[in-house]
Design a protein around this ligand. Sequence first.
Ligand SMILES: [Zn+2]
Length: 303
Amino acid sequence: MLHFRLLGTAAGGGFPQWNCTCVTCAASRSEPERVSPRLQLQAAVWESPDAIFLLNASPDLRFQIEANLELHPRTNQGKRNTPIQGIVLTTADLDQVLGLLLLREFQPLTLYATALVRRVLEANSFFRMLGRVPHQLSWVEIQAGIPFFLGTSEIECSPFAMAGELPFYAREEGPSGPGEASLGLLLEGNGRRIAYTPAVPAITDSLRRIYARCETILVDGTFWSDEELTRTHAGTPTAQAIGHVPMSGKDGTIALLSDLPLLQKVFVHLNNTNPVLDPRSDAYDAVVRAGWTIAEDGWELAQ
Ligand SMILES: [Zn+2]
């Protein structure tokens, strides 16, 4: 079986965010039983529990490993081991790679990334901790349009190009071509097919065609509205300006994908300002009425 679990669902900064007093962050602190706190976005996929693959590596990864039994080291396999075999990187964004630094401790791992994302990480001295001894880190360079299998599993991973530049602190490694800095992933196994697209700057025809082939799509749910961030924190950019199609509005994700009714549609990567984080909000109602799921930490692909 293809197993797919979200170990965290929040955008960078988590929820509540440490330095934020916006309405949703405040509600999560005062009423956590109603407005659930969330860890930063992290996905895990596996066919066999002995070979688990992470999609990106969040800054909350240590907590996420401890909170999920499947990811624990096995007591019958020596003092040091892990079922985690590899990590597929879709970006060099800090919120999606910082967790790699928590996976050192001389553990052999395979990292799947584009040549450009690899170059960004290798240019940073911190990441040398992952390669202190021979055979600790194995790189597999991946490219949009060229499918590969995760380790020796039968899970096929097909990366596809997303628009998007390198994060600002890594621009000196650019410029990037299509799909070099940001990927979406199509995962297939045992007849299941899901798309993982936590950063969607535009819903293009090619993206719609990929979604239409899937049974489940996990889609960028960073913002409810284009002006949400600006309204909450004056002087900040719009959602579209920082590469996220908002959920609502005539040019929003819900409207643009409304003609794909048979799909299981799931929002991930929720920013702390997003009103859908409060299940009592009108925004939450609207998302659910439109047939979308707002992923919670621990969400799993139904078996
Ligand atoms: Zn906030």
